[in-house]
Ligand binder design. Sequence first.
Ligand SMILES: Cc1cc2nc3c(=O)[nH]c(=O)nc-3n(C[C@H](O)[C@H](O)[C@H](O)COP(=O)(O)O)c2cc1C
Length: 558
Amino acid sequence: MPICLRSHRPVFPARYFVFLLCLFLTLVSFILIFAWNIHFLWPFAVFSALSVTGVLDLSQTKHSVLRNYPVIGHFRFLFEAIRPELRQYFFESNQDGRPFSRERRSMVYDRAKNIEDVLPFGTELDVYDDAYGWVNHSISPKPETHDDLRVTIGGPDCKQPYSASLFNISAMSFGSLSGNAILALNKGAKAGNFYHDTGEGSVSRYHREGGGDLVWELGSGYFGCRAEDGTFDAEKFKTQAANPQIKMIEIKMSQGAKPGHGGVLPGPKVTEEIAEARGIPVGKECVSPASHSAFSTPLELLDFIARLRELSGGKPIGFKLCVGHRWEFMAIVKAMLKTGIKPDFIVVDGAEGGTGAAPVEFANRLGTPLRQGLSFVHNCLVGTGLRDDIKLAASGKLISAYDIAGTMALGADWVNSARGFMFAVGCIQSQSCHTNRCPTGVATQDPKRQQALDVPDKSQRVENFHRNTLRSLKAFTAASGFDHPSEFEPEHFYLREGNRAIMPASAALTWVKRGELLDEAHNIPAYSTYWEMAVADSFHPAKSLATAKALQHHKVSH
Ligand SMILES: Cc1cc2nc3c(=O)[nH]c(=O)nc-3n(C[C@H](O)[C@H](O)[C@H](O)COP(=O)(O)O)c2cc1C
C-alpha cells in the first residue's frame, strides 16, 4: 500500500470512540471533584469503571468483538442474552414463536386460566399454506356427548387394566422440572382424574405428595429400581411398582427430541431430593446409557415386559419410542408374534417432541416425525392382527382439540402433552430449561426461582387446561358428526403430504390391511422390504436391503 494512503488511517478508529469518551470523562470528573464538587465522585467512579473495562477488553484474547469494540461491544452480549425476550415482547406476531406460536400458547394460557378462548375476526392462518391441515365437519353435527373421554388400557395378560383420560401429562422428570412444577402438575392430574408420567427420573416426593395417577417410566438408568452397578433390580422394582398410585409402567426406548442419546447427571446436580427419587447416592455422577442393559434383542425386550408384568402384579406394561429404523420396530412385532407376549400399550413420540436439553442435531434431524411414526406403528400392528390387544398413545406438539382429533384419526387411542402442561404451570417458552435459570420456576432446581411457582394456583390451571381442552374436543367431535373422538379415521383428516396436492390422510399415507403383513407375499411400499429384513432375535437386519427386495419380489411374482 502506498505510504500516502497509509497515512490517512486514523490513529484511533471510530469504534474506539466510546472507550476514549469514557477515558476523557473519567479525567474531567476527576478534575471536577477537586475544582467544583465532591459529588463528581459518582460519575468518576462510573467512568473509571468503564475505562478499566475498556482496557481489559483490549488486552483479553477470548472475544474479538470486545478487542475491536472496547466497552460498547458488551451491548452485543447483552442483546444476545435478552434476544428471546425482545423477540417475544416486542416483535412476535400471533403466528410467530417457535416451537409453539404465540396464538397456540395463548390458547393454553386462556384455557388454564379458565377464561374464554375465542378468536376474533377469523383465522390468521394461511389456509392455502403447505403445512395447513384440517378435519372435516358434518352437515348434521351430533349433540355434544357428556361421556367421560377415556380409554381402557390392558391386553389379555394384564390383571389391573387402567382407564386413562384421552389427554395426559407426558413424561418429564423431577430434575428437569422443579419440585413445585411436579407437585402442581400432579395435583392438577389428581383433581382432573388423568395421569402424570414420571419421566425417567422416577417417583419423587412431589409426585407422592400430589397423589395423582402415575405412569412410572423406566429409562436405561432404571431409576427407582437401580442396582448399584446401574442395572435393573427386580426386588426394588417390585416394591415400588406395588404403590397403588402407579397405574402403568412404561419402558423408555427413545424420545423424539434426542433418540438414541444417553445422559450423564453430574455429581453436583444429584441433590438429596433427586437421589432419593432415583435411588442413587447423593453427589455422585450418574449415567443413563444410550441403550438398555436389561435387554439387547426384541425377544429379550418382550421377556422383560413379561417379567415387569409379573413383578408389578399385572399392571399394564408398555414402551415409548420415537420410530427409527423401520426393521427394528418390525423386529419387535415379529418377536410378539413368535412369543405371544405383547405390551399393553405403545407410546409413539414424534421427532417434533421436546426436552430439557438435547444436542442440536439430535433435536433437529434424528427420528421420525409423529404422523409418519404413528401411522407406521399402527399399520404394523393392524397388519399383524395385534392392534386389538395393544393400545397406542402419541405425543409431539399436541395441545388442542384439533391436534388430538387429527392424531386419533391416524391411529392413536389417546395423546400426551409435555409442553402444553408446562405452559399451564406458567412456562413462557423462554427456552432456558438447560440453564437452571428458568424465569418462571418451572424447569429449574434453583430453590428461589421455583418458589415463584404458586402450587395451588398452578395446579388449578393444570386441571382447567385439561378440562377445557377435552370440552373443546367434545365440541369438535360433535361438529364432525361423531359421538366419540375414537371415530375419527384417516379419511376425516386432510393434509398435504410432501409437495402433493391436499388430500385425506387415507390417501396421503399408506394404510395396511388387517393381517396383510402375515401373508406370505405382499408388496406394500415402505413396509414389505423392511418386513423381510426384520428378525425377532435381533434389532439388526438379517439381510441387506437389496437381498430383501429381491426376495420379496420373488415371493410376490410366484
Ligand atoms: C422438559 C422436558 C423433559 C422431558 N423429559 C422426558 C423424560 O424424562 N422422558 C421421556 O420419555 N420424555 C421426556 N420428555 C419428552 C416428552 O415427554 C414428550 O414426549 C415430548 O416433549 C413431546 O411432547 P410435547 O410436544 O407435548 O412436549 C421431556 C420433555 C420436556 C419438554
